[in-house]
Design a protein around this ligand. Structure first.
Ligand code: HEC
Ligand code: HEC
Ligand code: HEC
Ligand code: HEC
Ligand code: HEC
Length: 475
């Protein structure tokens, strides 16, 4: 090997080393960039293709920025079914609850629910199902729309920018009038992204005025609310400002509050604005106490309807999911609605919340097994056992209530006066409130198993006490 050859060999080697090093560096840099990109994706997944504002209620527009969430959101239009959840019946309309449990129909005599009362189904249908229910053959009022449409811009328009003022103008508006206004203004959508997300930051937030007012009144009471720790913190503060779920609620609480905007007991007719009855606390008795102490504009004690057969002044319970959940071990352990009903799905470096809100039993792997390391079959069996026991108690409650109504009829046939029947009818009011509380709640007891059984046991007891009272008069 001569000198020049040796020299060019060295140069060759040198170049090779440079190339290898350059390649390695390029690879490392590419990797670093990739990681950085993924990380920033995870931190700020909000590369926006379109701007969204408070007035954008059309979820399709938001879907351009957040296609994964939008895709799963759209799936709420799909039919689902479990033993007690989802909806049965034909694809056209869910099954009638009142056909499946005929005692429900007699229980609701004198009220629109005896005409048409079906299983719930996915969020995609909330507005159209409300528009076509035969309950609309009775006069319905504007408050109905609070939980069935993307209504916030309309509230703001009605209240000159103040949504609460706007909402308080809608309870005396006929349903059809407000419904038309919502559609005409372009907001005829079911619950939409803007209802749960701040369009600037995408933080989860609540918008519904009735929820915000309900939470303020709850915080101002001295009822223990261990499931919502931020209330105790606010109570110890200077209280210079009312409790505000968006300011005071923790991020974890917000994951339940968004659902509490609608999945709650409420009053919704023309007498006074939409009300969530939480000023004494979130337990079944706390709600009952508020209704018992409320007066109608006629001056009489509050009731939703007079029972057509017995004449009792009845309280109708509506889907108290938020309230029942708050009494259970999951809420007490900080497990939020979204943990079970909108569990995370992995997507590269980011986590995507499943916006296909539905029964967690269709999704045990992500909804339950993140916390419970039992086989799926075991978890399903536990839920089924809880629900089966509550269902049996509910049927017993239904039978006891029917026996009470039979006894009242017998007493009346035997000549008992309205005055004499009063104690029996008061017991009917109490029994029916409890029975309906669990019948209308949609988890068949799962959200707080022991509390649900306690409430049903009281329902059976009050119904039988009422029956005894009435039978005394039938002799
Ligand atoms: C620990 C898990 C868990 C938490 C937390 C939870 N749920 Fe549920 N929820 C369930 C289960 C299980 C069912 C029963 C589903 C079935 O029968 O198919 C259910 C049923 C329901 C249903 C009826 C579902 C259907 O398909 O018909 C609604 C509505 C609901 N929950 C709302 C809520 C709301 C609102 C919250 C929070 C306030 C909440 N849930 C908290 C587990 C949970
Ligand atoms: C704006 C009101 C509103 C909000 C907010 C809301 N829901 Fe609903 N939800 C409804 C209505 C109304 C229905 C019934 C729709 C129907 O039957 O047409 C429903 C139905 C459901 C169902 C039954 C689905 C099925 O397939 O049978 C579940 C489960 C549910 N909601 C859970 C939740 C959870 C969990 C949250 C919070 C993340 C939430 N909802 C937030 C109003 C709301
Ligand atoms: C506070 C919120 C809220 C208000 C106000 C409200 N709803 Fe609903 N509605 C819900 C939720 C949550 C569901 C799903 C859970 C269920 O079906 O129990 C639902 C379900 C329904 C359904 C489907 C199931 C069924 O019952 O047949 C209809 C129809 C309906 N609502 C009509 C109405 C009408 C009419 C009004 C006014 C009188 C009204 N809603 C007011 C929250 C609300
Ligand atoms: C009923 C309330 C509700 C509605 C409606 C809703 N979201 Fe969400 N969204 C949530 C909750 C709860 C989370 C979880 C937030 C958390 O864990 O802090 C979430 C999370 C998100 C996130 C953060 C990343 C993730 O997936 O966890 C994005 C982005 C998002 N939603 C987009 C949307 C879009 C787009 C729509 C409309 C198509 C929408 N959301 C409708 C409640 C809602
Ligand atoms: C974020 C965590 C978490 C998720 C998600 C979760 N759980 Fe739980 N679960 C708990 C905790 C905590 C308890 C309290 C007991 C304990 O500490 O083990 C509990 C208790 C229970 C119990 C006993 C209830 C009782 O009253 O004694 C059952 C049954 C149960 N979970 C089923 C489920 C099912 C079914 C799902 C899915 C739909 C689910 N859990 C989702 C954390 C979770």
């Amino acid at each position: 090997m001569n000198k020049s050859n040796e020299k060019s060999g060295k140069v060759g080697l040198f170049i090779l080393i440079i190339v290898v090093v350059a390649c390695a560096m390029a690879c490392v840099l590419a990797l670093l960039f990739n990681v950085a990109e993924r990380k920033s994706e995870a931190r700020n997944p909000y590369v926006r293709l379109v701007e969204v504002t408070e007035d954008d209620t059309d979820p399709a527009k938001w879907g351009k920025n957040w296609p994964k969430q939008y895709d799963s959101y759209k799936r709420t239009a799909l039919a689902t079914r479990t033993r007690f959840g989802g909806h049965g019946g034909s694809e056209a309309l869910p099954e009638e609850k009142i056909e499946r449990d005929p005692w429900l129909k007699r229980m609701f005599l004198g009220y629109a629910f005896s005409i048409d009362y079906r299983d719930r189904r996915g969020h995609a249908y909330m507005l159209s199902d409300q528009e076509i229910t035969k309950r609309q053959t009775k006069a319905q009022w504007g408050s109905c729309m609070h939980c069935h449409a993307s209504i916030m811009p309309v509230y703001r328009a009605l209240g000159d920018g103040d949504a609460l003022v706007g909402m308080n103008k809608t309870h005396a508006m006929p349903y059809a009038e407000l419904n038309k206004m919502v559609h005409d203004m372009g907001h005829g959508h079911p619950v939409s992204c803007v209802d749960c997300h701040d369009p600037k930051t995408m933080h989860v937030r609540v918008t519904r005025p009735a929820f915000i007012v309900g939470m303020q009144r709850l915080a101002e009471s001295d009822a223990p609310v261990p499931a919502i720790p931020s209330i105790a913190i606010w109570r110890k503060s200077s209280r210079s400002k009312p409790y505000d779920p968006n300011e005071d609620g923790t991020r974890n609480e917000m994951r339940s509050f968004v659902c509490g905007q609608c999945h709650v007991e409420y009053y919704c007719s023309k007498d006074f604005p939409l009300t969530f009855p939480w000023s004494n606390g979130l337990k079944m008795e706390d709600l009952e106490k508020e209704w018992d102490e409320t007066k109608l504009s006629s001056g009489s004690r509050f009731f939703d309807y007079k029972h057509k057969e017995s004449g009792a002044e009845i309280l109708k319970a509506q889907h108290p999911e938020f309230e029942l959940w708050s009494q259970g071990i999951h809420a007490r352990s900080g497990v939020a609605c979204a943990d079970c009903h909108m569990p995370y799905m992995r997507d590269g470096a980011s986590k995507v919340s499943d916006h296909w809100v539905r029964s967690p039993l269709l999704n045990v792997n992500r909804a339950c097994q993140t916390c419970h390391h039992f086989p799926e079959s075991e978890l399903l069996a536990r839920v089924d056992s809880i629900q089966g026991k509550n269902f049996d108690l509910l049927q017993r409650g239904g039978a006891a209530l029917m026996a009470l109504l039979d006894a009242v009829k017998e007493a009346r046939d035997a000549g008992a006066t309205a005055e004499q029947l009063k104690p029996a009818l008061e017991l009917q009011r109490k029994a029916q409130w409890r029975l309906d509380y669990i019948a209308a709640e949609n988890s068949m007891g799962f959200h707080a198993p022991q509390e649900a059984s306690r409430i049903l046991a009281e329902a059976v007891d009050y119904a039988r006490q009422g029956q005894v009272e009435a039978l005394r008069l039938a002799k």
